[in-house]
Design a protein around this ligand. Structure first.
Ligand code: PEP
Ligand code: MG
Length: 325
């Protein structure tokens, strides 16, 4: 059965009523196996660049990063490659950058906040991304955006990086999209405004879940509070999805929920048409999409958003979607 499912990797993900869904890849090291699937998938929905910085004593240079990003953009020629700026702090530590200890690292100086504290590091990465952009379709994404002020500040850095390249006569593409991760509840609640200020959004359900439930995603003791099927989480996702769709801007999911057989159907039902996931989940999710229609997904999503608890939602989805597991 697993062999049969694996063959679905090359299928076009279209719901029974014809609605096309984009299936994209989450990558870190960009392995040969991942890049080899560029033809079968719709792009890269999340390139976690922190892997370039991990397990080494020095920060990666602008040149080195430019080469790494260009390689992925080239492999996915013509398809969107969403490269996320550095997301360290929280659970992710670096040898090449000593970070002060914090009482609550997940609520501390992480991701974009850390980049603001280390402007040289941030500018180097932004210049590298811009330089790589001539090799494909770059969607540049900021993690841990908590409000419009974060996005504005990040865009100022990007503008400065462009001006530096201009002064050195180094080319970059002029059609880069600049988007945000929706993974802090505050930005989901401001999604109408965010949707005007950003070119696209990708919902980071791993962090959105932990920040919504106030339950550390790395702490097994509070695992029972990290509830993927919680109606509260689906309602927040709905806010973001509705706002970006109303502006006609792409909105996807790149957290684990996108690759989950039950949650992914609810996401489709909330109007999301872009799911990004690890390679190991892509075939199964494509197969499920081809067995679903948009109306049924919408009905399931509506029911789940009206349920009382995550347990209730999970039991319901398991019963409704037994074939999808
Ligand atoms: C997320 O938070 O859902 C996400 C995709 O980012 P990461 O898991 O790298 O924090
Ligand atoms: Mg995250």
């Amino acid at each position: 059965r697993r062999e049969l499912t694996r063959a679905w990797i090359t299928a076009e993900p279209r719901m029974k009523d014809g609605e096309r869904v984009h299936i994209e890849l989450n990558i870190g090291r960009a392995t040969p196996q991942e890049l080899a699937q560029a033809d079968s998938l719709d792009g890269v929905g999340l390139y976690r660049t922190e892997f370039l910085y991990m397990g080494r004593d020095t920060l990666p240079s602008e040149e080195e990063q430019t080469v790494a990003y260009s390689r992925v953009l080239q492999a996915f020629q013509g398809k969107p490659v969403t490269i996320r700026t550095l997301d360290v702090g929280g659970d992710k530590k670096l040898d090449c950058l000593e970070l002060p200890a914090e009482e609550n690292p997940f609520l501390g100086v992480r991701a974009l906040r850390l980049c603001f504290e280390y402007p040289d590091l941030f500018m180097t990465q932004l210049r590298a991304m811009l330089r790589a952009s001539i090799h494909g379709e770059l969607w540049l994404m900021f993690p841990m955006v908590g409000g419009l002020s974060d996005l504005r500040r990040a865009k100022e850095f990007l503008q400065k990086a462009k001006e530096e390249l201009d002064r050195s006569h180094i080319p970059y593409a002029d059609n880069i999209k600049v988007g945000i991760m929706v993974e802090i509840p505050s930005i989901a609640l401001m999604a109408d405004k965010a949707a005007r200020a950003a070119d696209f959004a990708s919902i980071g359900t791993n962090d959105l879940m932990q920040y919504t439930m106030a339950a550390d995603r790395m702490n097994p003791k509070v695992g029972q509070y990290c509830r993927m099927y919680d109606p509260a989480l689906f309602r927040l996702i709905r806010l973001a999805a509705d706002a970006f769709r109303a502006e006609g801007k792409p909105v996807g999911v790149c957290g684990e929920m996108g690759g989950d057989p039950l949650a992914s159907v609810v996401l489709l039902g909330l109007g999301i048409r872009r799911l990004s996931m690890g390679l190991s989940n892509a075939a199964q999710i494509k197969k499920n999409i081809c067995a679903m229609d948009a109306r049924r997904a919408a009905e399931l999503a509506q029911s789940v958003c009206e349920m009382d608890t995550a347990e209730e939602a999970q039991v319901y989805l398991k019963r409704q979607l037994a074939d999808f597991l």
